[in-house]
Ligand binder design. Sequence first.
Ligand SMILES: *Cc1c(COP(=O)(O)O)cnc(C)c1O
Length: 353
Amino acid sequence: MTYFRSNVDEMASYVPGEQPKRGTQIIKLNSNENPYPPSPAALAVLRNIDGEWLRRYPEPYGEEFRQATSKVLGVPSDWIIVGNGSDELLNLVIRACAEPGRKVVYPMPTYVLYRTLSQMQAAEIVEIPYKEDYSLPLEKLIAANGAVTFIASPNSPSGHVVAMNDLQNLANRLSGVLVIDEAYVDFAEENALNLVKEHANVFVIRTLSKGYSLAGLRLGFGVANPKLLDGLFKVKDSYNIDAIACAVGAATITDQAYKNACVAKIKASRTQLAKDLQKLGFRIWSSQTNFLLAQPPQDNAEYLYQKLKQRRILVRYFKQPGLDNKLRITVGTNEQNHALVEAMIELLGTGKQ
Ligand SMILES: *Cc1c(COP(=O)(O)O)cnc(C)c1O
């Protein structure tokens, strides 16, 4: 006997990367957080939050953040929806569009939460493997014709950007919603924002968790034709954006210069870390994100993950086909990356299964 719907009973919980207690001395390269602090302008706003803002309910659409984002992106503010992290926006699309008998489609491997959210809704899930070189299985995705199709671009954990041509083709040929999850767009050389203008079924989702160093604040946003946003607004919580997140987020996204400087540092560190790991014999996939997918030379990814953890360095290991011989390593500061490489040198020297 159980209290739950059968799909809830049967589904596995989403397993996030380990989040050690605050203050723990650890090099944390497992959740793709930004190693640099949030914008000083944003922290100044945070210090000046008025108790009166907290006494009252917040503005229901995160209007101050919406306006700030509208200016930065050059997109009208009524084309923007704000979420409690971009995870909430993924959830809203699923809640509004998916149910038993309706398909949710995505290429694999990708962000594991797409599966979890679809299972909650008891939607029919269609997972289509990426080709060996991480090119998109375009025709199969189109043939599956989901009520919702998720494409993370840049993708996690592969780090690649999906070809703009393929995204355009999907937008043209799918009758359902095409979600383009751009969580890592700040580290990429291109983006798909323009597609929303011509395609009423395209929903581009971004976050302040990665490029803007605000994973703890929980703030994300999506851009789409207002007709698509209408349905999402119906299923969101009335006050999904708290007053603090809204004000801090607005100051953060306005401070593009600070974000660009952090991103430039991370990209330079990414190049260096890739070189250092390649020298040790790792296979490294080209990345347009703040992490690297790395395949160790001795086929001992799980061993390395465990041993690094003992040395207080956390990286991500996915025990699933196609990934269980690889590690996903967040690009940290040069100092953190150096510590990782030094640890790898020692472990590879003694590395047995
Ligand atoms: C980190 C991440 C998210 C979630 O970001 P939040 O805004 O922190 O919820 C969404 N999609 C992908 C692919 C991610 O890697």
